[in-house]
Design a protein around this ligand. Structure first.
Ligand code: DON
Length: 318
């Protein structure tokens, strides 16, 4: 279901005060049509710009949502915490820490940089760290390694996610900056395998299609200590879930991280596809989809909606 320009589909799941607040925040943020679609990957500009969805899932599996809940879009950088999680599970914290720092960078997501002292990517949420995490996924061959990533995200979402071939092809055709980062990582010995394969896996993970409903459940799985609250399946250990949430807190919103923590107060991750996820540990996973972005590459209505929901539901905990 994708709304036509300016005409949102409202579908509220579940009764009560939470639904009312979700609906109110949706109506409040809907008129703002500022911001622009990401177009540095040509295919990203092919979405319906007015789409807007808000979805909240609790750690015990109740879901509240409104708007274009089933519109699909690519996960983009929201993939980063999930691949980082799988890399930690595959290799252990010590091994991963020796290659990816956990310091906020205050840099743009695609900065070609390493920490000058440690010579490591500053964190797993910028591309340098995310491509390193992608290089650490285990499996017999490249196909199996990506399939493990896809299955991992699917456990978080509670349904089988699929790759958007057109977005992947578009990104693979134009992603020279990410290739530059991959080669930099290889030359500094951060990646010791084929950098082209790591970058290709990163392109693929960014191109997985999700809906706002999926993202809310992925966030709720993090809120529920790594266990999907609807399927009951464990996607990540409790200890690793804590670590992923910590890194989302300090690094999830790039150079807007300080403003985000101050005004929303939740660990979060955004993507240039227009999605944002936020997590209240132990309680709530929140997702917003609206593809027009601000100067930081974060969804305009997404940031406004998270801020307003955090205020009205008193979610601010940092
Ligand atoms: O690295 C890239 O260019 C993208 N595929 C992902 C970027 C992204 O979502 C950045 N986040 N806001």
């Amino acid at each position: 279901q994708v709304a036509k320009a300016g005409e949102a589909i409202e579908r509220t799941i579940g009764p009560g005060v939470v639904s009312r607040i979700v609906g109110d925040v949706y109506r409040l943020c809907l008129p703002d049509d500022s911001g622009t679609l990401a177009d540095y990957i040509p295919e990203l500009a092919a979405v319906q710009p007015d789409s807007f969805a808000l979805c909240l899932a609790t750690a015990d599996g109740r879901v509240y949502g409104t708007g274009d809940l089933d519109a699909s879009f690519t996960i983009q950088s929201i993939s980063k915490p999930f691949t980082y999680a799988l890399a930690l599970a595959d290799r252990g914290t010590e091994f991963v820490d020796a290659r990816i720092d956990v310091e906020p960078s205050g840099e743009a997501f695609n900065e070609i940089s390493l920490d000058p002292v440690t010579e490591r990517p500053r964190n797993p949420m910028i591309n340098a760290g995310a491509i390193t995490a992608a290089s650490l996924i285990t499996g017999a061959d490249a196909a199996e390694r990506f399939e493990r990533v896809r299955r991992c995200y699917s456990r978080f979402a509670g349904r089988e996610l699929r790759m958007n071939e057109a977005v992947y092809a578009s990104e693979a055709r134009t992603g020279f900056r990410n290739r530059a980062i991959g080669y930099m990582l290889r030359s500094f010995g951060i990646i010791d395998s084929d950098p082209d394969e790591a970058v290709d896996r990163y392109f693929r993970q960014c191109s997985l299609d999700v809906t706002c409903h999926d993202l809310a459940l992925m966030a709720a799985t993090l809120a529920n200590n790594g266990r999907n609250p609807v399927t009951g399946e464990r996607a990540l250990s409790t200890a690793l879930t804590e670590r992923v949430l910590s890194v989302m807190t300090t690094c999830g919103m790039y150079n807007a991280a300080g403003d985000w923590v101050t005004s929303v107060g939740l660990p979060a991750k955004s993507g240039v596809g227009g999605g944002i996820v936020a997590v209240l540990p132990g309680q709530i996973g929140l997702a917003v989809y609206s593809p027009r972005l601000d100067a930081h590459g974060n969804s305009v209505r997404g940031v406004a909606a998270c801020r307003e929901l955090s205020r009205r539901l008193e979610l601010h905990f940092l």
